[in-house]
Design a protein around this ligand. Structure first.
Ligand code: FAD
Length: 592
């Protein structure tokens, strides 16, 4: 039976030689903790997790996918094999791995749990998302924003896998535009009541849901929102908590349906209807956006790791198949195009893992009150982990499918499932376009604060300071120069349109002025992500010299991606703004 930790050399090297346990252990266990002793315990946890996930969870994955979500007598539930996975994880203490010890968890740092998330996603992407969104995410939110009574009530049961929750922000008319939500929370007779509808809620068929709602009447956009916990089952007096099957239980909100979908099929994606639903505030009224942003930032890294696990699964399957499948008298991996695809996939997976382990360590530092520059570095990496982890996972699965030829589309092999599962990652927790807008807005903010950075290494301090020797170092520097050259071109256009006052920070640019930046946000993000991946591998190669060839490949690729994007951006807008003007004219003509 494969052990997804011990039998993955890159993962083991990442744990043994890359992760900075000397910094992470004192944060998590206190400054007097014995580092080697703690690390050896964590390594043992990962070995046990790797064995269970690589054998039991992986074995059930195809069944989880085939059975999908169970819909019986108007009830939505998890399939038996997915329930078995969660039970098994709970028994090994893996559900509550990141929960604080005083609430029944193991209190492990995010850097350790990141390994488990990756292995789970490799085995079964539906189980990974169920574990993350039904247990870890609500527990983290309740621990952070809840009071003692809420923590006592929910956390130990979540850690044991006895109850499950969900997090609901999306609505039929409010997807990427969360501020457009219309679910309301009203205060009456000393209680809060929710009214509205939430859409696409993962694990929404559980025992409670954390809901983002408009709590201050008349407020607009991201102001005036609140987070609320609504229990699924209440008794006639409105008191929460009777067991779901008890005669006294009545539904506090309705699980209207679970979507039929081709990706993460085992995970129930539910529509929820709230009509006078009793709920209790989680944190301060009016600060809902702050709470949900923290959740989203953490779960964006989680989705990047999900992409990593799926890509690892596709890579392992393709490597194995390409060694066995013989065409034209040789294993197909000896045909140059296939050999190149395999190398590209390997570079992507190792590069993404390098980015993830760096982001996870920053996340641990931020959770323990790091300084502003660490917080900013995490903020810079988060959309890139999500973007690269999603888009490159899709690309890696697409390559694996191609390597399998006709067998790639046959359900007897797992690569078609990996392909389908990968396709959710660029969509949820903020689409790839939304990640790109976030990354580029922050880049612009730094740039407008310090335009002179364009005369040197560019607005990203981390990238500007990155220095490596040899050809790989030169490739990385060339990639960075292409990016800076592109930003300089876009900024010159901005200054020409808006005047130098804009660059001196005397006013914020208008939407029209920044439109060329926004049009190219995904190209800039792609370049940024590739440069950061190469940089992260370069840092690793300093400590693990065997990683030098990987670094060299990632740096070369970063250079080529940066040059392609620089060319595409430099060649202009391709008529897109003229087309938008036409759409706008059509829209106003339809109104009159
Ligand atoms: C399987 C699944 C599980 C989910 N789980 C949850 C969950 O647990 N909780 C929850 O609250 N939500 C959940 N979601 C919702 C998910 O986060 C949203 O689907 C996602 O945010 C996109 O919103 P939308 O589907 O309304 O698309 P839209 O926002 O309508 O976007 C449609 C397209 O337009 C693009 N777009 C939108 N605005 C812009 C812009 N300004 N610039 C450029 N492009 C833009 C998008 O990138 C996308 O390509 C889930 C969704 C799915 C499919």
């Amino acid at each position: 039976m494969p052990n997804y930790f011990l039998e993955n050399p890159d993962l083991v090297t990442t744990f043994d030689r890359v992760a900075r346990w000397d910094q992470i252990v004192p944060l998590s266990e206190g400054k007097d903790a014995d580092v080697p002793d703690t690390v050896s315990t964590w390594r043992e946890v990962l070995s046990v997790a790797g064995e269970y996930i690589g054998s039991e969870v992986a074995k059930r994955a195809r069944q989880v996918d085939e059975l999908g979500v169970i819909r019986e007598n108007g009830k939505v539930s998890l399939s038996e094999p997915l329930q078995a996975n969660i039970r098994g994880l709970a028994e090994l203490g893996l559900v509550g791995l990141s929960f604080p010890k005083e609430y029944g968890g193991s209190g492990l740092p995010f850097t350790v749990t990141a390994f488990v998330i990756e292995m789970l996603a490799r085995a079964c992407a539906s189980t990974m998302i169920q574990n993350g969104i039904a247990y870890t995410a609500p527990a983290a939110m309740i621990y952070r924003d809840g009071d003692d009574e809420q923590r006592e009530r929910y956390l130990p049961k979540l850690a044991r896998g006895e109850i499950s929750g969900a997090v609901a922000m999306t609505e039929p008319e409010a997807g990427s535009d969360v501020g457009n939500l219309s679910t309301t929370a009203t205060h009456r007779d000393g209680c809060w009541f929710l009214d509205g509808r939430k859409q696409f809620i993962s694990a929404g068929n559980g025992d409670f849901v954390i809901v983002l709602a408009r709590a201050i009447p008349g407020s607009k956009g991201l102001e005036g929102l609140g987070l609320f916990v609504a229990d699924r089952w209440i008794d006639d007096s409105g008191a929460p908590g009777p067991a779901r099957e008890s005669a006294a239980a009545r539904e506090n909100y309705q699980v209207e349906r679970a979507e039929h979908k081709f990706t993460i099929r085992g995970s129930p994606t539910c529509s929820l209807v709230f009509e006078g639903t009793r709920a209790v505030p989680l944190g301060k009224i009016g600060e809902g956006w702050r709470g949900i942003t923290r959740f989203m930032n953490e779960s964006r890294i989680g989705v990047g790791i999900q992409g990593l696990g799926i890509a690892q699964a596709a890579l392992a399957a393709a490597q194995d198949y390409a060694a066995r499948r013989v065409q034209m008298d040789r294993p197909i991996r000896e045909h140059p195009m296939i050999a190149e695809m395999l190398m590209e996939m390997e570079t992507t997976v190792a590069g993404l893992r390098a980015l993830v382990v760096e982001a996870a360590a920053l996340q641990d530092a931020v959770m323990h009150g790091a300084d502003e520059s660490t917080t900013w570095r995490l903020r810079e990496l988060t959309p890139l982990v999500k973007w690269y982890g999603s888009e490159e996972a899709v690309h890696t699965c697409r390559r694996a499918l191609q390597i399998f030829g006709g067998y790639g589309v046959v359900t007897e092999y797992d690569v078609e499932r990996h392909m389908r599962d990968a396709l959710i990652t660029p969509i949820y927790e903020g689409t790839s376009q939304i990640q790109s807008l976030m990354a580029v807005r922050d880049l612009m903010r730094s740039l407008l604060r310090k335009p002179q950075s364009l005369l040197s290494g560019g607005p990203s301090v981390t990238l500007a300071n990155a220095k490596f020797d040899g050809e790989a170092g030169r490739d990385l520097a060339a990639a960075r120069s292409s990016l800076v050259w592109t930003l300089r071109g876009l900024t010159t256009r901005l200054a020409r349109k808006g005047g130098v006052g804009l660059l001196r920070g005397r006013r914020q640019p208008s939407d029209e002025e920044i439109a060329p930046f926004m049009l190219n946000a995904e190209r800039i993000t792609e370049t940024l992500a590739h440069i950061h991946v190469a940089r992260a591998l370069g840092e690793q190669a300093k400590r693990v010299p065997e990683r030098t060839p990987l670094f060299a490949r990632a740096a070369r690729r970063a250079k080529l991606v940066a040059q392609r994007n620089a060319k595409e951006i430099g060649d202009g807008d391709g008529g897109v703004f003229a087309r938008i003007a036409e759409y706008e004219r059509d829209r106003s003509a339809a109104r009159t």
